[in-house]
Write a protein that binds this ligand. Sequence first.
Ligand code: NAP
Length: 239
Amino acid sequence: MSRALITGASRGIGAAIAKALARAGHHVIVNFRSQPAEAERLCESIASEGGTATPVGFDVRDRTAVHAALEALLQDPEPIEVLVNNAGYTRDNAFPSIPFADWDAVTRTTLDGFYNVTQPLVMPMVRRRYGRIINISSISGVTGNRGQTHYAAAKAGLIAATKSLSKELGKRRITVNAVVPGLIDTDMLKGAPLDEIMKQIPLGRLGQAEEVADLVAFLASAKAAYITGQAIGINGGLA
Ligand code: NAP
């Protein structure tokens, strides 16, 4: 049975992706950082729907911890065919007020997280001549956003990494794409001025995590074999 690893899957978009990929027939590896109970509950919920899932804890910024976890996962002969780099972190602030620690935490979650988790999984995909890598970017990385200089820079970098890696891996039948959500109804939007933002969304509503998950599930499927190097927006027409 093929396996799919989703980072930051204890809640929000990552949890919806885990459910969608389990429904698509993958054994799902649910990465969590700080909420093991949430990850356990998600795995139980996947099992109650007939799927299979395992929680695995690591902070994507912590290279040593990531490598230890992946080394253990790679002992299993079942291939990890799908990787979704979903873990993300915001600390919105006007640029002059961004502390070093927040700059580091935000950019490292997205960019070091991508490198730390993806690199050990690429060679096994290359050897099998098959893989699906999906990176969750953000509309902020395309249009920019006030208060998100660090987050937008990292998410734009993730799109560039996606495009570069897709060029390296295409000949091995490994696709690499970015999904670029607009405003999705999760904890990440807590405290955002939603009434103002809503006026700018042509479809007049927030997106749902399940809608992002359905797009990811398609990109993760064999049917999406001719899509690579793309940054695909899902934003209600916002950009
Ligand atoms: P969320 O509800 O805040 O969930 C974020 C998830 O990432 C949580 O499970 C969190 O774990 C995990 N995480 C954060 N830092 C991590 C780390 N260092 N290592 C491992 N896991 C980590 O956010 P979301 O809305 O589901 O966001 C999912 C992805 O979509 C993110 O990449 C985000 O940037 C992107 N996105 C979201 C929106 C939106 O409107 N919601 C829009 C565009 C893009 P903990 O529970 O331990 O914190």
